[in-house]
Ligand binder design. Structure first.
Ligand SMILES: [Zn+2]
Length: 244
């Protein structure tokens, strides 16, 4: 029996944008209600966004929130500088959204310098990874192959149309992980059965979910409790070098 793992939610947005908002206090209340220890946080990435709100949130909720910064590689110099500066300030990872910002994740000239800054800083990447053209599973396999020291989390596990391809590429790519936010139980069960629990990481994508349900759905994944513990926090704690 694996015990002592923290539960860590890998995917949460803070701030305000048209049609959605979530404050740090609102998120921490959801963590408390569900019994979740920690949560990775980054801004909404539509339109303009500011990583300073994440720095403020983490300061206000010490020990509960893990800061990631979002960047748009089309502002390339600014994005590279932002990754380096935020890493210095204690941010642990970077959020990318190729579909919203309009680039191929595997575009070496555009995204390569950002990922080089990520590698130098020892950060983790979480990237939107539904089955859209710009961030389809082969795009992840290409960048993960170019940056083998960096862990890449494919948010939404390539659902729906590319899920089996995502599993196949995660199997072939040691540093590619499938993140479970808004992924149905059937697909998560398949991921864990095919890859083992070490390659699957739990996230919610709050505020766009019924938070308690996203936590509880993992109980319905057809694997043992030890595997669920790894998926719901043990794996991410290891990638972020957090003590459990
Ligand atoms: Zn999201």
């Amino acid at each position: 029996m694996v015990t002592g793992f923290k539960t860590i939610d890998a995917h949460n947005h803070l701030g305000v944008r048209h049609g959605a908002s979530q404050t740090a206090a609102e998120l921490v209340a959801k963590l408390d209600e569900a019994g979740v220890d920690q949560a990775v946080v980054f801004p909404f990435v539509e339109g303009d966004f500011d990583n300073e709100i994440i720095a403020d949130a983490v300061r206000d909720h010490a020990g509960r929130l893990i800061p990631f910064c979002a960047v748009n590689p089309w502002h390339l110099d600014r994005a590279v500088a932002e990754v380096a500066a935020r890493a210095q300030a204690g941010f642990r990872g970077v959020k990318l959204h190729p579909t919203l910002h309009g680039y191929h994740l595997s575009d070496e000239a555009l995204v390569g310098p950002v990922l080089e800054a990520v590698r130098e800083a020892g950060m983790v990447v979480i990237c939107h990874g539904a089955s859209d053209l710009y961030n389809a599973p082969p795009e992840f396999a290409l960048v993960a192959g170019r940056f083998p020291e960096t862990a890449f989390l494919m948010a939404h596990s390539g659902t729906f149309w590319s899920h089996e391809q995502a599993v196949e590429l995660a199997r072939q790519t040691p540093n590619l992980y499938l993140e479970t936010s808004r992924v149905p139980v059937h697909e998560i069960s398949y991921s864990v059965a095919e890859l083992g629990p070490e390659k699957v990481i739990w996230g919610t994508d709050s505020p766009f979910v019924d938070y308690a349900f996203e936590f509880q759905k993992m109980e319905r994944v057809a694997v043992d409790a030890d595997s669920v513990a790894l998926v719901r926090g043990g794996n991410l704690a290891r990638l972020l070098n957090l003590s459990s």
